[in-house]
Design a protein. Structure first.
Length: 138
């Protein structure tokens, strides 16, 4: 797996994903479902290849967000899985600040909408996060 544009550009580009990437994530997460590494099992389930773990893509989104806003500043993070990801896919994670406000704790925060998109333009994961900021809310 290759990672580029991590600090110099706005997007985080990861891939192409390999089966090894999936197996390594399975080991780290403890999720050893065979659909994520066993070719025969995946094909019997009607898939063209082992399926990437959705939380891997969610982790890429979290990496993009925390690299920009700081892990210590996160206040909320959620995702919605939208499309399947397979070995060979290259993913681009990016996002936009959609609002600034003062939260219920008196902190100035920014709301961020994010996407993890496959090389064909299909959004694999939608994400939303809230981060504290030193800037005053608009």
């Amino acid at each position: 797996m290759s990672v580029s544009d991590r600090s110099g550009g706005t997007a985080l580009v990861v891939g192409p994903l390999t089966r090894t990437d999936l197996v390594r994530y399975q080991g780290a997460s403890g999720d050893f479902q065979p659909i994520h590494h066993d070719e025969g099992f995946a094909r019997e389930a009607g898939l063209p290849a082992p399926l990437s773990l959705g939380m891997l893509q969610a982790g890429f989104l979290a990496t993009w967000a925390t690299d920009r806003f700081g892990a210590e500043n996160i206040r909320a993070f959620r995702v919605r899985f939208a499309a399947r990801v397979f070995p060979g896919d290259t993913l681009t994670c990016d996002g936009t600040i959609t609002g600034a406000r003062t939260n219920e704790h008196g902190e100035h925060v920014q709301d961020v909408e994010m996407t993890c998109t496959k090389q064909d333009g299909t959004v694999a994961v939608h994400g939303w996060a809230t981060f504290t900021t030193s800037d005053e809310a608009a």
